[in-house]
Ligand binder design. Structure first.
Ligand code: B12
Ligand code: SF4
Length: 416
């Protein structure tokens, strides 16, 4: 039986097990391979002290170009120990998961160490591999290439890379097939989300992680988005919206509780309420499950869109409450209707007020995502944003608005 070592690397939250590792390890096992997950992120965290960890986080995030000799030595020692664990497993293939552009420096460091020392076929995947290689050390040498993946492949640090969704593609690559997404072929989305095996948390059990309130896992209900807001890259990453059967999803949530004591589901969806039909079904099934004492503590969080009052009623909010809605990360973006309309968000300020009123009534928390400096924003629009803060301050005081996060953005389309 072929052996696959799936490696998770920094920078990633240590709050929950890495979702890609849990999911793709199950996919790999489904074709008859053995697969073991090595969470180097957790391994490193166990091995370094707090100061070294902070310094390394800055290094991974390209805030510093070089690390101190002491931390470098600790990193090399940790690589030695990590490699002996890998050697015991003797993998035929290694897959490294590069979560975001903040994982590219750690990816290069690990590859520099492992490549000359280990005789396995190495592949990488994850959103970070499409990043521009200028973020890595030695800009002169690597900016000849368009992406980090190209750089690593051409410079022989890796044998293969997979861009985009990994569920189908990794199977095709391991079965020796050419398939979209592999080694520079344009990617396609996963064919059928309901056909993907359920994630497995063997060796990355949720209780091993540093959860803030409840042990949790990431779960994907849908990919893509039903909107195409001007500033957002989601429609480019997943051109069509696809969603799982809510019944099967709730079976997975139930399994996670029974097998791993997981109470919190963190949805990775762009919007948990992208399809109102599926969202209602999800809440109905969860509310039914939570009638059983064992499942009462179940709750969920995820990204959310503010709906118009024509698309929802207070009954929906009551159902969400019964289904365990706990924290909604909601992109209101601006309290100027003019700005929001330009972005592609067509709900009114009254709809926002309804959203907060219902959340507060049902004890559901919100993180409000807001922008400053959207390209068409004027001083007058900014005044609306100030009004937002005063108008809804009572909800922040009562804890229903958990946080207001002010960000900025690039424009992905319709930049006029
Ligand atoms: C949850 C989430 C977070 C959470 C938790 C992050 C964590 N786990 O540490 C929080 C809010 C903290 C966060 C933070 C950030 N995030 Co984030 N996040 C997400 C989100 C919504 C879900 C990620 C997820 O778990 N998906 C489910 C798993 C199964 O999918 P996956 O990891 O992407 O893996 C799939 C593929 O990438 C691929 N794959 C992954 N690994 C491997 C390995 C191999 C070998 C193969 C073959 C394939 C493969 O196959 C998997 C299945 O399809 C995504 C958007 C999305 N919907 O995916 C953004 C996303 C990943 N985040 C993104 C970004 C930019 C960030 C931040 C840099 C934002 C910031 N400026 O601070 C930080 C970085 C955090 C860090 N420490 O590095 C971008 C990444 C883009 C990029 N090129 O870098 C995304 C895609 C959002 C976007 N729309 O652009 N994030
Ligand atoms: S900003 Fe939100 S609603 Fe708009 S396209 Fe992106 S994920 Fe969808």
């Amino acid at each position: 039986m072929k052996r696959f070592a799936f490696i998770n690397i920094p920078s990633q939250e240590l709050e929950r097990p890495p979702a890609a590792a849990a999911l793709l390890s199950s996919v790999i096992r489904s074709i008859g391979w053995d697969c073991r997950i090595f969470d180097f992120n957790l391994f490193l965290n166990d091995s370094v002290d707090k100061q070294e960890w902070i310094e390394l986080e800055q290094y991974w995030r390209c805030k510093i170009d070089i690390i101190s000799d002491k931390t470098r030595k600790k990193l090399e020692d940790t690589f030695d120990l990590f490699q002996s664990e890998l050697n015991q497993y003797a993998p035929d293939w290694i897959g490294i998961s590069v979560f975001s552009r903040f994982s590219t420096v750690s990816c290069l460091e690990l590859l520099k160490y492992l490549r000359p020392r280990i005789n396995a076929t190495i592949m990488i995947g994850g959103h970070g591999i499409g990043a521009w290689p200028g973020s890595l050390p030695n800009v002169e040498e690597n900016t000849k290439y368009k992406t980090i993946a190209d750089y690593l492949k051409e410079e022989n640090y890796i044998d293969h890379y997979i861009v985009g969704d990994g569920e189908d593609t990794i199977k095709e690559l391991l079965n020796g097939n050419r398939y979209p997404g592999i080694d520079g072929l344009p990617p396609v989305m996963v064919r059928d989300l309901d056909a993907v095996p359920l994630p497995s948390y063997t060796s990355i059990e949720p209780l091993k992680y540093y959860y803030t309130d409840e042990p949790g896992v990431y779960i994907t209900m849908s990919k893509g988005c039903v909107r195409r807001c001007t500033f957002c890259n989601v429609p480019d990453l997943w051109p069509t919206f696809s969603i799982r059967d809510p019944k099967k999803l709730v079976d997975e949530i139930k399994k996670n509780k029974l097998e791993y004591q997981v109470n919190l589901t963190h949805f990775t969806d762009s919007l948990v309420n992208g399809s109102m039909k599926h969202f209602r079904q999800l809440n109905e099934h969860l509310a039914e499950l939570k009638k059983d004492e064992r499942f009462k503590p179940l709750k969920y969080m995820g990204q959310f869109i503010c709906r118009t009052q024509g698309e929802q009623t207070d009954k929906d909010w009551e159902l969400m409450h019964r289904g365990g809605a706990n924290l909604l990360v909601t992109g209101f973006e601006s309290f100027s209707e003019r700005v929001r309309k330009h972005m592609g968000k067509n709900y009114s300020n009254d709809d926002i007020a309804f959203h907060f009123e219902q959340s507060a009534y049902h004890g559901i928390k919100n993180i409000a995502l807001m922008f400053v400096g959207y390209p068409i924003e004027t001083a007058e629009d900014h005044e609306y944003n100030k009004e937002f803060l005063y108008k809804f301050q009572k909800y922040a005081r009562s804890g229903s608005i958990h946080m207001v996060r002010w960000g900025y953005t690039g424009m992905f389309r319709d930049a006029k």
